[in-house]
Design a binder for this molecule. Structure first.
Ligand code: NDP
Length: 255
């Protein structure tokens, strides 16, 4: 086996939550390009069907499973349907996320709860559901999408709930890696910097000074250049990596 072969996911099945747009869509495509059969979880059925069709046009195998990550029944169905369609599951990418920009004194309880529900509680519940299966089968790789916001405080926009949720995701990642490592299950997080998606309006001039000019690489990242990091963490290329938070931020957190 060559070093490059270790990145291949041939024969594996990978599930990506929030996979219908943004980073999740890019992660799903990259995992499929690496050889995995992919299950895309999401709320937008039309976008899910379109993604499956687009991937199929490129000879890639994917299935869409509708559901909300904050609904326990939907999470259970995501696992059940994956096993029904593909007969196995090897990789979980916990990607679905939400952000509210507001100064702390203006964050409502509803805003706070929404961000924590999607970014932390759902990540925990989806990880627990798939982790139970992975522990029983003695193998599996979980990639939680954290953020550099779990390590620094972003400027100029304030987003205290988001920052707190992502810091918690990083430490939940370490906790699960510690517990499930003996069972052969790896758990890692990816902490991206500013990547162009609906969530990050990287082209907006009001953010240019602090988001772009403050970064050592002096630019934002693209989904395409981030996605291979997920393939690395999902695959045997990272077989001795667990409990890690891989930062991919153009150097932003170096300062
Ligand atoms: P987007 O807002 O572009 O996409 C978010 C995705 O999450 C959508 O597919 C959305 O689905 C899904 N989602 C949100 N809530 C739910 C829910 N309750 N149930 C199911 N799916 C849900 O964000 P990004 O692609 O930018 O972000 C993806 C992940 O990466 C997030 O965890 C985010 O925090 C993280 N991240 C992003 C960075 C960036 O700069 N873009 C930087 C660091 C981290 P729907 O279409 O139904 O709304």
């Amino acid at each position: 086996m060559t070093s490059l072969d270790r990145f291949l996911l041939t024969g594996r099945v990978a599930v990506v939550t929030g996979g219908t747009r943004g980073l999740g869509a890019g992660f799903a495509r990259a995992l499929a390009e690496a050889g995995a059969r992919v299950v895309i979880g999401g709320r937008d059925e039309a976008a899910g069907a379109e993604m499956v069709a687009t991937l199929a046009d490129d000879g890639l195998t994917a299935e869409f499973v509708a559901g909300d990550v904050t609904e326990d029944a939907d999470v259970a169905r995501l696992l059940a349907r994956t096993l029904e369609v593909f007969g196995r599951v090897d990789v979980l990418v916990n990607n679905a996320g939400a952000c509210v920009h507001a100064p702390a004194l203006e964050v409502t309880d509803a805003d706070w709860q929404h961000v924590i529900d999607v970014n932390l509680t759902a990540v925990w519940r989806v990880a627990r559901t798939f982790g139970r299966h992975f522990v029983a089968q003695g193998a599996g790789s979980i990639v939680n999408i954290g953020s550099m916001s779990g390590m620094i405080v972003n400027r100029p926009q304030w987003q205290p709930a988001y920052n707190a949720s992502k810091a918690a995701v990083h430490h939940l990642t370490r906790s699960l890696a510690a517990e499930w490592g003996p069972a052969g299950v790896r758990v890692n997080a990816l902490a991206p910097g500013y990547i162009k998606t609906d969530m990050s309006p990287v082209d907006d001039p009001q953010f240019r000074r602090q988001w772009i000019e403050d970064a050592p690489l002096q630019r934002y990242g693209t989904v395409e250049e981030l996605a291979p990091a997920v393939v690395f963490l999902a695959s045997d290329a990272s077989s001795f990596v667990s409990g890690s938070v891989l930062v991919a931020d153009g150097g932003y957190t170096a300062f």
